[in-house]
Design a protein around this ligand. Structure first.
Ligand code: NAD
Length: 262
């Protein structure tokens, strides 16, 4: 018996990285899952590999009318809806005076506005029997990064929208939570991880001194989707190796060693 037996789940961005690991884990745990993604090749191949409990639905989340169609198709395939995971997202690097407004608006569209659209269409289905919404935010929404302006703004919005949804639907039996990943090894972070200087500095700033793996996020999604989290709503859970626990002050043990200083 799995933790998600017969649960009906939509995972956006399910064709790659964190979303893909969530799809795999949720199916292992007994769920029926729709992978909602714009990457047809990877999304369809994953659904084919995982068998009859997985379906693929092509959607470009920057296009609101496609989102409505995706939710309707997904609910038909699944026979209802218990869990919505808003996971697709991306950002670009560049200081504000260099950013093309079209990039800014698209990042806000995919990372933030798409959540409003998926929730708007999914909530009437979730309200029938209760359920769980999980939004993939980012440590870039908790505190800002250098350079990732639109992404930081959108993910910050995701975090507070998560709290708003949690309040508005608490008595409908719908729990809404956000996960804020730190540095996770997925195709999204290949450019950063391919830059030795940037990677070394990032790893230096992670208390656990390593990047995370996508299944380490998927496991927290599983917790939030399941009854194990039955009294958890409106929360941000950082899964970041300790990055957001640190205030940036010197690493005193490196300087003072294992000693007492008065
Ligand atoms: P990824 O690039 O491996 O996967 C993202 C998926 O989203 C892809 O399959 C892509 O096709 C899909 N997608 C992107 N834009 C889309 C659109 N307009 N319409 C439909 N599908 C779209 O990335 P990932 O690292 O797995 O990221 C998943 C989530 O985690 C994102 O929201 C990302 O911002 C967040 N996140 C990732 C990290 C990290 O270090 N990897 C850190 C913090 C937050």
């Amino acid at each position: 018996m799995g933790l998600l037996n017969n649960k009906k789940v939509i995972i956006t961005g399910g064709a790659s990285g964190i979303g893909e690991q969530a799809v795999r884990l949720f199916i292992e745990q007994g769920a029926r899952v729709v992978i909602a993604d714009m990457n047809v090749e990877r999304g369809q191949a994953l659904a084919d590999e995982l068998g009859q409990n997985a379906g693929f639905c092509q959607v470009d989340l920057s296009q609101p009318q496609q989102i409505e169609a995706m939710v309707q198709q997904a609910v038909e395939f699944l026979g209802g809806l218990d869990v919505l995971i808003n996971n697709a997202g991306y950002g670009i690097y560049g200081r504000t005076h260099l950013i093309d407004p079209a990039d800014w608006y698209k990042i806000i569209e995919v990372n933030l506005n798409a959540l409003f659209q998926t929730c708007r269409h999914a909530l009437p289905h979730l309200m029938k029997q209760g359920g769980s919404i999980i939004n993939t935010a980012s440590v870039s929404g908790t505190r800002a990064d250098y350079g990732f302006n639109a992404y930081a703004a959108a993910k910050g919005g995701v975090l507070n929208y998560t709290r708003n949804l949690a309040l508005d639907y608490a008595t409908d039996g719908i729990r809404v939570n956000a996960i804020s990943p730190g540095l996770i090894e997925t195709p999204l972070t290949t450019p950063l991880r391919g830059h030795p200087g940037a990677l070394a500095e990032y790893l230096h700033n992670i208390p656990m001194a390593r990047a995370g793996q996508p299944d380490e996020i998927a496991k927290v999604m599983l917790f939030l989707a399941s009854d194990l989290a039955s009294y958890v709503t409106g929360q941000e859970i950082a899964v970041d190796g300790g990055v957001t626990a640190w205030n940036g002050q010197p690493r005193f043990p490196h300087h003072f060693g294992d000693t007492i200083i008065r």
